[in-house]
Design a protein around this ligand. Structure first.
Ligand code: 5RP
Length: 291
């Protein structure tokens, strides 16, 4: 028998307080189901609306990239400072302790190595496995203008359909290969296509005119870091991207290839979450590095 409610305290139904209906904090994301929003809220900080994702999935086509030869040694010390980790399921299972309790964005596409045509990718993981490892999102690349453009776009839409069934957000990553242009016109096209096709958020590169890219994309955009830059330049790029409407960074080489990776990720966090000016963040970086 369940216990009966024998409390003498008078029940209070707060009749004069209407129940609030929260508007979800993330751009363009209010109409999703609870699970999808909950996963996004683990990637993006609800207070700042931003995220610092640490990308170290490069090995899925590039093998042991510089700085990622031993992710157990180089990445684990950085993980506590990231809001989310972008990685492959292989490194997740082999290196990342489940007790770390970090949001993860799983690389879900693959196929060709750097020795071949990179746009010839397929979906390379099952949505069941993303659920099994409690991922917060899955990611696939689109190669707009690339040789296998349509195939890569179909990878995205298939993942989105599978993701919608289980509440898994899909990150559309816009590839910029050797033959693809990197300007606002191209990035607007590629990011908007990802959003129109249903990606919950989009990863792309910072370009001049970036405010038109974020304005034309109805879902959050995070920027990739790209090739390693001097730390101040990387912080300036992050600052400009946030100032021009980005919802965060998904940065890899500019963090793990830095001469002081922990100092760098801490400085990036200040820029992204607290709008710290890049020069001040750089001073912080130098100070932490020299300690
Ligand atoms: C590869 C990816 C990588 O995760 C990402 O672009 C690499 O980050 P970074 O450019 O900052 O090293 O999506 O296609």
């Amino acid at each position: 028998m369940p216990e009966s409610d024998t409390s003498k305290i008078e029940k209070n139904f707060y009749l004069d307080v209407p129940q609030k209906s929260e508007v979800f904090f993330l751009k363009g994301s209010n109409s999703y189901d609870w699970g999808m929003k909950n996963r996004l809220a683990r990637i993006f900080d609800a207070a700042s609306g931003k995220t610092v994702m640490l990308a170290f999935d490069h090995g899925y086509f590039q093998g042991p990239t510089t700085g990622l030869e031993r992710p157990d040694i180089t990445i684990l010390p950085l993980a506590p400072y990231a809001d989310a980790l972008m990685l492959t399921r292989g490194v997740l299972r082999s290196v990342i302790p489940p007790s770390l309790n970090k949001a993860t964005v799983l690389r879900a596409s693959g196929g060709p190595s750097i020795l071949k045509e990179l746009s010839n990718e397929y979906i390379a993981m099952d949505m069941d496995d993303a659920l099994r490892v409690n991922a917060c999102a899955v990611a696939t690349q689109v190669f707009i203008g690339g040789e296998y453009e349509t195939q890569s776009v179909m990878n995205l839409t298939k993942l989105i359909d599978q993701g919608l069934k289980v509440g898994m957000p899909v990150l559309g990553v816009t590839a910029v290969g050797k033959e693809l242009t990197r300007d606002a016109n191209y990035i607007r096209l590629a990011t908007r296509m990802c959003a129109e096709l249903g990606a919950a958020f989009v990863k792309t590169y910072y370009v001049p005119g970036f405010e038109t890219v974020t304005a034309a994309c109805p879902v959050p955009i995070v920027i990739a870091g790209g090739k390693k830059l001097p730390e101040l330049e990387a912080l300036e790029m992050a600052y400009r991207a946030i100032d021009q409407g980005a919802s965060g960074v998904d940065m890899g080489r500019n963090i793990f290839q830095s001469e002081a990776p922990v100092a760098m990720i801490k400085a990036v966090r200040k820029v992204v979450h607290e709008n710290m000016k890049p020069t001040q963040a750089y001073e912080m970086f130098l100070d932490l590095k020299n300690r």
